[in-house]
Every structure is written in C-alpha cells, then in structure tokens.
Design a protein around this ligand. Structure first.
Ligand code: BGC
Length: 269
C-alpha cells in the first residue's frame, strides 16, 4: 500500500484484470487505496490470483466474470460492484484481444470479435459507469470529479498496423469514443482519458519478446530500448484517475518508450 494513497475509498472496475496490463492496473489502483473489481472473461483462477495479491498487501479486491461485449453481463457486473462497494468512481476499460490475419484472408468472425470486445465492450461499460456517475454526482472529499473513465487504447490508435487491421481499427475507434465521451461529459464533471501503450511485456504479444531475436527486433521500434511492463501502465492509470490529474480529459497519454516518434527517421530516414 502506498504511504500517501491517492484513491482512498474509491471503487474501481478494471476489465480484463486477470492478466497483463489489466492486472498491473488493478494492483496499482489498489495500492492507491481503491477497492477494485477484477473482471475476467474465462480465467477465474487467474483473476483470483490477482485478488489474492491485492489482499496480501492489505488492499480490497473481488473478482467477477463477464464478457464485456454482452450487455446483460455488463449490467450484472455493475450491479455487483454497486452492491459490494456502494458505487463506482473509476472505470478502466482494458479488456482487449488480437485476432491477427492478412487483410484479404480476415474472416468476418475475427473482424467482429475484435470490434465487439475492444470497442463495443468499452461503449457498454462506459455507458453503465456514466449512469452511476450522473446518479451520484461529485462526493465532497472523495474526488473532484463525479467519475473517471480510462480507455486502454494503443500506439495503434495512430500507427497503422498491417496484418492487424481489425485491431488497429478498434483502437482508432476507441480514440474517438474516448474523445467524444470526454467532450459530452465534461460538464457533468466526468473525465475520460486514453492510455496508448506501446510494446508491453504481456501474453498478448508474447511472440514479440519471448526469444532474444524477437526482442532485439522489437527494440528497433523502441528508442528507449526496453520493453514496457504492466506496472508502467498501472502507475500511469492510477495517476490519471487521481485528483492530481483533475484537469486532464479527452486526451491519450502514450506510454511507449518513444514508439510513436517514427524511430526509422532517427538517422535521416
Ligand atoms: C499490441 C501489441 C504490440 C504493441 C506495439 C499493442 O497494442 O497489442 O501486440 O506489441 O501494440 O506494437
């Protein structure tokens, strides 16, 4: 637990928090004093390990299985959070997947699944969070905002990605979902922000880092010359959700060791 926690008493939902970036975010929110619902899709055992790690340092966490692209399951997840924690102050829309394929061979099913989870899931969860933020409003002494939504995007909201057209399209969509919500909801004291991670060491991109050759190739795209870790993203998410970031809304923070800096041009192009 942090000695000067920034999110004391706030209730958070982190989707896809059984592994990878979501797990890193859930742990950092809990270290800052938030009570966290660890959402998972199918891996209940992994979610319970995250819960156990949080409880081990004195944090509060529960797990809940829901497919973020299914409306009734999202409604049930919000109902459970409100029953257990009283309200929702922070939503981190993190669930996401890749179904990579050459464009001309991409099946409609693989296109649709990536859009459903990565984009529609963020819509459904955000809508339920906003209903609760509007119902409750600002609570004096808890946070200056009525609620905070963090949309996990990617460097691929701006970097086109051949072989991953469904994924890059979903993240471009996440960017405009985030910005349009931020514009509409700011008068309600609701902040909506994006995080654009680059190459982070998680299961989603294992093939890009799990051999020395793969890692070396990956690092040619990262001027800062290291792969990111889930806790890098977690610390940013916790800060963005806190009142220290109270004037931030409607923008993506890239956290990528310089991947978005066109590293191919560092030496004259
Ligand atoms: C993808 C990873 C990839 C990274 C950088 C992420 O959004 O999920 O597979 O390594 O972007 O390209």
């Amino acid at each position: 637990m942090d000695t000067n926690p920034k999110l004391t008493g706030q209730a958070a939902i982190v989707t896809g928090a059984d592994s990878g970036i979501g797990k890193g975010v859930a742990i950092e929110l809990a270290k800052q004093g938030a009570k966290v619902l660890i959402n998972y899709h199918h891996n209940e055992a992994a979610a319970d390990i995250t819960v156990g790690e949080i409880r081990a340092f004195g944090g509060t966490a529960i797990s809940f299985g829901a497919d973020v692209s299914k409306e009734p399951e999202v409604l049930a997840m919000f109902a459970e959070t409100i029953t257990q924690f009283g309200t929702v102050d922070i939503l981190v829309n993190n669930s996401g997947l890749q179904k990579d394929s050459p464009f001309h061979l991409m099946s409609l099913a693989d296109w649709q699944m990536v859009i459903d989870i990565n984009l529609t899931g963020q819509f459904l969860c955000s809508r339920e969070a906003v209903k609760e933020f509007m119902r409750r409003g600002v609570v004096e002494g808890r946070s200056r905002a009525a609620g905070k939504i963090i949309c996990m995007s990617s460097v691929h909201e701006v970097i086109p990605w051949g072989g991953h057209v469904n994924y890059a399209s979903s993240k471009g969509g996440v960017m405009m979902l985030m910005k349009s919500m931020a514009q509409e909801l700011a008068p309600h004291k609701i902040r909506v922000m994006g995080i654009g991670p680059g190459a982070i060491q998680t299961p989603i991109n294992r093939a890009a880092w799990d051999t020395p050759e793969a890692l070396q190739k990956l690092l040619t795209l990262v001027p800062y010359n290291r792969i990111g870790l889930p806790e890098d993203i977690g610390k940013l998410a916790a800060w963005l959700a806190s009142d220290e970031a109270d004037y931030i809304t409607g923008t993506t923070t890239f956290i990528d060791g310089g991947m978005t800096l066109y590293p191919g041009f560092a030496d004259n192009g």
